[in-house]
Design a protein around this ligand. Sequence first.
Ligand code: 13P
Length: 253
Amino acid sequence: MTTTRIRPLVAGNWKMNGLAAALAEATAVKAALSDSVAPADVMICPPATLLAQMAYATRGSAILLGGQDCHAASSGAHTGDIAAEMLKDAGATAVIVGHSERRADHGELDRIVRAKAAAAHRAGLTAIVCIGETKGERLAGLTLDVVARQLAASLPDAASDADTVVAYEPVWAIGTGLTPSPDDVAEVHEAIRGHLAGRYGDAGSRIRILYGGSVKPSNAKELLALPNVNGALVGGASLKADDFLAIIRASAP
Ligand code: 13P
């Protein structure tokens, strides 16, 4: 296992929020980050409609951009879908795959998520692969089983720290204001680290594991300081530059 600190990644998932006027939030983040070195890699995953404009608005800054989903194929007759290659072409360097909202709203199974992650890799994008248990699964004591199953089936065999990030997002913590206890987060992240290191060796010990689910300025410091928490995937609090910046700052060691 490597002992070097993994540089955190704080990624904002805007979900289905944001018209052109919201680009001002991204430019505010850009302006605030311009006078100092950010303590984390910073990413915004806007709706696909804003990706190219945001790439233009944040050019010359350290802000990375990501998509929120991609199709497994590189092109073809898939009305309404977006290929990983298209996200890359629009300015993304990463794409979220397997978010619980995609799994729930679109019936995405682990094998579909794995194909999407492989598509991201094919296109030269980092795959941010989301996993996490439902409330019922947690109450039934199944969290570690669910997470292990999702990891085993959602990650491509060829994944490495250069192209893959894992986001642990308990479904019941998303958008609810609820978070697991620090001990519970640490327990799950330790189990994820064990899986990644066992499967991918040294690369697996370096893959970033983000926590997501009701991360906000008031709890970010505590969550981001936990062992094996290498950053955050932030929903609602990423929509406002001030809140997002406070979370980015909370990632400083
Ligand atoms: P919230 O931060 O709004 O709970 O959303 C988390 C999330 O789903 C990020 O992908």
